[in-house]
Design a protein around this ligand. Structure first.
Ligand code: ADP
Ligand code: ADP
Ligand code: ZN
Length: 238
């Protein structure tokens, strides 16, 4: 299964993608996590992207495309992947098509986690992230067992610099302007599956599984995309 997961900052992409990755046994590829890792390690890539990330701006397409191209060529991606945080622009979406074409592969579906703005702001403002493994917690909705510590690896939890209010506003604006057109791009290709992201993490996860079972499995071939319930899902054959 080759799945892209999209949605505004703080929608719950990472949370759902991690669970889905465990369920489907394909890697979770989160470009934000990869970049934060590079910044933390002080690599050349980290130095190049830090300025953009701190300001809530998009890292230039050519940098991101190179990062994703390299990652998708690793053997663990041969059976599929959950791509979280990429593509965020139309040129990135076109590049992803080319990369997959070169591999003789295709996307099975694109999930959009749909959450209204007031809820994403609440989710982001109380988000805490593990410094070591990037797992996300929420002080109210998904608190760690021990305060300030990651359940999974014991790492220290912190608030991302770019989760502070001013930068969040910029990131939401960038999403509306640069990333929403990508949803339309996939909708026209019959790949978009919209999932209501309001509700508990478990509730959203069951909707994600339902969307995948209903529309993605067996996809990626040449037949016409399945027409889903219009109310639930805006996807229609191109
Ligand atoms: P994204 O990857 O889209 O930026 P995250 O997965 O990091 O989003 O989730 C953002 C924040 O919201 C985190 O603090 C996470 O624990 C919390 N969260 C995720 N899903 C839900 C949900 N369904 N209900 C409440 N909080 C959630
Ligand atoms: P969120 O989970 O809140 O949506 P991410 O962790 O995915 O945010 O991304 C954090 C930052 O990393 C972005 O604000 C941007 O600066 C950079 N970034 C991640 N992925 C991309 C991408 N595909 N294109 C450009 N910038 C990216
Ligand atoms: Zn951790």
């Amino acid at each position: 299964m080759r799945i892209v997961i999209m949605g505004p900052p703080g929608a719950g992409k990472g949370t759902q993608a991690r669970r889905l990755s465990a369920e489907l046994k394909v890697p979770h590829i989160a470009t934000g996590d990869m970049l934060r890792e590079a910044v933390k390690e002080g690599t050349e890539l980290g130095e190049r992207v830090r300025w953009y990330m701190e300001r809530g701006k998009l890292v230039p397409d050519e940098v991101m495309i190179a990062v994703v191209r390299e990652r998708l060529s690793k053997p663990d991606c041969s059976m599929g992947f959950i791509l979280d945080g990429f593509p965020r622009t139309i040129p990135q979406a076109e590049a992803l098509n080319r990369i997959l074409e070169e591999q003789g592969a295709k996307l099975d579906c694109v999930l959009e986690i749909d959450v209204p703005e007031d809820i994403i702001v609440e989710r982001i403002s109380l988000r805490r992230v593990c410094r070591r493994c990037e797992s996300a917690y929420h002080l109210k909705y998904n608190p760690p067992k021990e305060e300030g510590r990651c359940d999974r690896c014991g790492g220290e939890l912190y608030q991302r610099e770019d989760d502070k209010e001013e930068v969040v506003r910029r990131r939401i604006k960038v999403y509306r302007e640069e990333t929403e057109p990508v949803l339309e791009y996939y909708r026209r290709r019959g790949l978009l599956r919209r999932v209501n992201g309001v509700g508990s993490i478990d509730e959203v996860f069951s909707r994600v599984l339902e969307a995948i079972r209903g529309g993605c499995i067996g996809g990626g071939d040449d037949r016409a995309p399945i027409r889903l319930d219009e109310e639930e899902n805006r996807a229609t054959p191109a």
